[in-house]
Design a binder for this molecule. Structure first.
Ligand code: F6R
Length: 364
């Protein structure tokens, strides 16, 4: 049941902290605080390349995974949505890693992409929530997300569970490829293990998120922005808003704004930006200043450290706990999903069963 929550989506949003913790528990040895993956039938140290594919939210998780595999493990990554990947026929070097991500393990396009990669002699590693699924049976190795059953059609907790697995995979690959020192590994693991409690604190911001929702619910179009690993968070926010509130939303990499979408900006198109403190903070800040100068209404997700700089600029600031840049996208996903839920409530849509959507897309 819904355990007293109004919708499964609300219940599942509140499960983020537990689900992240349970997923990490499977992959991190508490005694040594090191990542321990199940035995892989291939060597992460010598894979030439990872090819990542998935659909929808799982694809956005994969995009964050790409940032991590590139930066933490120096592993070259190609990525595409499965519906494109399956027909693209990219030439793949045998012995590469095909990395598939799916909550259901049944998504037709992702499964077809898996089979295409296998035909090109890739090692198939799947990140799956349903471990008794077609994709599980056809993979060389499955890394499970411990999200439990996800009932809401719009995915929430499965996403942060996927990120938890991908972060651990990147750390293990970084160690095995000689990129990460054990001190660096310990620091990244510490920031992961800190996530469940920090995720719980995100819910302290519910009032500010509702305030934002009231603005968004009055809009016809919304622009989401983010840079680096916050760009997929923006994509996830825009997708979730479209799915459950039926409001048109688009996500752009913040640096792309001046190449086109800036012409959309006026008071009627609110801008939702994800701007955690870190290396890219100043860059995104200057994009937001440009948007503000053109009359854009800024709704900003940041952390306590970034909030000081953003308060004068943005109309509404949601500041969640400041964490390591590495784990920030995991935490920043939670409030953008909460925003979509709150807007859906105001619009009175069928939150758990949005029109035209199915939980598991088993046809092409
Ligand atoms: C978004 C959503 C969909 C799924 C996509 C992939 O909220 O639910 O975009 O993420 O259909 O589904 P799985 O992960 O089952 O392959």
């Amino acid at each position: 049941g819904k355990d007293g929550y109004r919708h499964y989506m609300e219940k599942e949003l509140h499960e983020h902290p537990v689900v992240i913790g349970q997923t990490l528990q499977r992959l991190i040895d508490p005694a040594t605080r090191r990542v321990v993956l199940p035995d892989l039938p291939f060597d992460l140290a010598s894979v030439p390349r990872a090819v990542v594919t998935a659909c929808g939210s799982a694809f956005y998780a994969g995009m964050i995974g790409r940032y991590w595999l590139e930066s933490v493990a120096h592993l070259p990554v190609d990525i595409d949505v499965a519906s494109e990947m399956r027909y693209r026929d990219p030439p793949l070097t045998p012995g590469g890693m095909g990395l598939l991500i799916s909550q259901s393990g049944e998504t037709a396009d992702t499964l077809a992409a898996l089979r295409g990669m296998r035909a090109q002699r890739q090692h198939i590693l799947s990140v799956l929530n349903v471990e008794q699924s077609t994709m599980a049976r056809e993979s060389d190795v499955v890394l499970g997300t411990a999200a439990g059953p996800e009932i809401s059609v719009a995915s929430t907790k499965a996403f942060t569970a996927q990120l938890s697995v991908l972060a651990c995979l990147a750390i293990a690959a970084g160690r095995q490829r000689g990129v990460l020192s054990s001190d660096q590994e310990q620091a990244l693991v510490a920031s992961l293990l800190d996530l469940p409690s920090r995720a719980g604190e995100v819910f302290d911001q519910s009032d500010a998120i509702r305030e934002m929702a009231a603005v968004i619910a009055g809009a016809r179009d919304v622009l989401y922005l983010g840079r680096g690993s916050s760009f997929p968070v923006a994509l996830e926010g825009a997708l979730k808003l479209k799915e459950v509130s039926y409001i048109h939303a688009e996500a752009y990499a913040a640096g792309e704004m001046k190449h086109g979408p800036i012409s959309l900006i006026d008071q009627t198109v609110p801008i939702v930006a994800t701007v955690p403190s870190g290396r890219l903070f100043e860059k995104t800040l200057s994009n937001l200043q440009e948007a503000r100068a053109r009359g854009g209404r800024l709704m900003v997700f940041t952390d306590t450290q970034g909030a000081e700089r953003l308060r004068g600029l943005a109309e509404i600031v949601v500041a969640i706990p400041t964490v390591d840049e590495f784990t920030a996208p995991v935490l920043q996903t939670i409030p953008v999903q909460m925003l979509a839920y709150e807007v859906a409530l105001l619009k009175g849509t069928d939150v758990d069963q949005p029109r035209n959507l199915a939980k598991s897309v088993t046809v092409e």
